[in-house]
Structures are given as C-alpha cells and as structure tokens.
Design a protein around this ligand. Structure first.
Ligand SMILES: [Mn+2]
Length: 327
C-alpha cells in the first residue's frame, strides 16, 4: 500500500513546481513532525518545499513553535498563507498530512482534485477534502509513523532533528507509546532512534506547564463514570477551556480502567468542543461524526457552534447508550 503512494507521489513531485505541505490548523507534534518529514522527500527530488501554517503565532503550542523556529533556521520553510500567495504557482503540489477535513485547514480554496495528496491516520468523513490521492491508514498510530515508513521506503536518510520531531509525533498520538501501538510503531520508533532521534528531547517536549496541568487535573476531577466503562467530563457552562486541555483530561482519565472518555466544554463564547479518547473498544470517532466531527477508534473530536454545554452533553449521553459504537 505504501508503495502505491510512493509511486504516485514520486510522479507528482517530479512534475510539480514546488511541494507545499499542509498540516492541520493549530498543528500538534504529529502534524508538524510529519510535515517536516515530507519536506525531505521533496528535497530528494531537488524540489523546493514549504509548510503552510496559518495560525496566529500566539496560538501555536510552545513546543511546536520551537520546532517551527528550528525548521526556519535554514531559510523560511514554514510560511503563512499570505507569504505563500506571493510565491504560488499553478503547478504546485499540495500534500496534506495528519488531516483530511476541509474544516481543519485554512487553505481549502487552493486545493482541487488534481493538485493534492492526503496522508492521514484519521478516517474520512463528510467534510473530507476531494484530493487526487488519499492515503488513509487508520491502523497507523500517527501521521509521523506513516511518513517515516514512506521515508524508509525511499531510503532517505533522516537528519537527527527531524527524526526527533517524528518520534515526538508518534509519542503524542500514542500517549507516549502506551496505546494504539503495534509492532510496526515500535519498529518505526527504533528506526528513528537509529537515525539519531533524542528521547531526552522528546521528553522535554512533553514537559508540563504547572498552571495548565492544574486546569487539566481540575477537568479530570469532574470525571463521571457514565455507564460502567465510559466516562464523561463536562466542564462548567461558564468556564472557558482549551480544546487541548479537554484532550489531555480525556487521555489522562483512560488510566482508570475505562474504555472511553469524552471531555467537553466551551472553548469560546459560541463554541463547545468535545475531545474523546478510547482504548479501541468504543469507536469514539464514529460518535464524533454525529457532531459533525471525526477521528477514529482511539481518538476523536468535534466542535459545535451555537450550542450550550448542557445541550451537547444531553445529546452525547443519549448517543452513548447506543451499543452500535462498541467495536
Ligand atoms: Mn495525528
């Protein structure tokens, strides 16, 4: 399967003017790590490449910001949409990574069914991008795992810094190698270590900020075991939380022997966000699709506009009574 992607990608990269890599908005370690990995493939074919990150710099996670700054040391690799508009060419090839939904990118208007390739580990959904080639492997732990596999199949030597970013991406999406891993995940991790990835740096990237961890733990203390094996965390209606805090609280709560945890709360005055995590028995991605979101059996998310926490939690609890979501 990865070989078909390789053959297709090679042909498209050779014909392209430039390779433009698109991680999801507000990129996490998996999105930025896999994006950095893809630039190595462009380099192999002596093509210029850029990564478009269009978020306000103040909204970028501190660790991801460090990676972006490092990538930009050798010229501007990571650019915003406006900067891209100054260098755009009709023969540019867009490669999306760690994302397949139009709702999670800010460059949908640049994409069409002839100029884009999607590499992702999340299932396709209603809002998926119409691309010329989709490589979706929801059995892979992360986009970083897929991209590392691809780099190996090209026999590309991965520099140690990019190997570290890719390994950090895998660590993020596997709760530090404790879930959603298979022998392949460890094989890939081994190859990244062999390429010089630093586990110390990976750990540094996961260092917790005291204040933000207190917020996560406050959410965890709201955990309510809903029906034996499924937990919910419902933030206060009047409290604003961050989507990443909901995700961390859900992730953390899995350690209490639960099959799945759904954490929800207001992330802005008019938007409620849900983050869900599972050990694989409950297809949390399918539940998120009911809220116009998505994901897969280990992880999912949705953002619901113009809704109250109360409305969303009522609908969620109703859905969770349905055994259909049990894999
Ligand atoms: Mn990912």
């Amino acid at each position: 399967m990865i070989n078909d992607l390789k053959v297709y990608m090679t042909d498209r990269i050779i014909k392209a003017s430039k390779v433009i890599v698109i991680p999801h908005n507000k990129p996490d370690f998996d999105a930025i790590g896999s994006a950095a990995g893809i630039t190595l493939i462009a380099k192999k074919f002596k093509k210029e490449s850029r990564i478009i990150v269009n978020d306000d710099i103040t909204n970028i996670y501190p660790g991801v910001k460090v990676i972006i700054e490092e990538l930009n040391k050798e010229g501007s690799v990571v650019i915003n949409k406006e900067e891209y508009n100054n260098i755009k060419d009709k023969n540019d090839l867009f490669i999306l990574t760690d994302v397949n939904s139009n709702k999670l990118i800010s460059v949908s208007d640049l994409l069409n069914e002839n100029n884009s390739i999607v590499i992702d580990h999340h299932n396709l959904g209603e809002n998926s991008i119409i691309s010329s080639y989709n490589y979706i492997d929801s059995s892979a732990s992360s986009a970083s795992e897929i991209v590392t596999k691809l780099l190996n199949s090209y026999k590309i030597k991965i520099p140690s810094d990019i190997a570290t970013y890719l390994l950090t991406g895998i660590h993020l999406d596997t709760a530090r190698l404790t879930k959603n891993t298979k022998s392949d995940t460890f094989k890939i991790a081994y190859k990244l270590l062999d390429a010089g990835a630093s586990t110390d740096r990976v750990s540094d990237f996961f260092v917790e900020d005291f204040y933000s961890d207190r917020k996560v733990q406050n959410l965890v203390s709201r955990l309510n075991i809903f029906n034996y094996t499924v937990g919910t965390i419902i933030a206060d209606e009047n409290e604003l939380v961050e989507a990443v805090e909901l995700a961390k609280a859900a992730d953390y709560s899995l350690r209490y022997g639960l099959d799945a945890v759904f954490a929800l709360g207001k992330i802005s005055d008019d938007t409620v966000s849900i983050s869900s995590r599972s050990h694989g028995k409950v297809n949390v991605g399918a539940v998120m699709e009911e809220f116009d979101g998505g994901g897969h059996q280990y992880s999912g998310a949705a953002k619901i506009k113009d809704a109250t926490v109360e409305e969303v939690s009522t609908k969620l609890k109703k859905l969770l009574k349905n055994p259909y979501y049990i894999c």
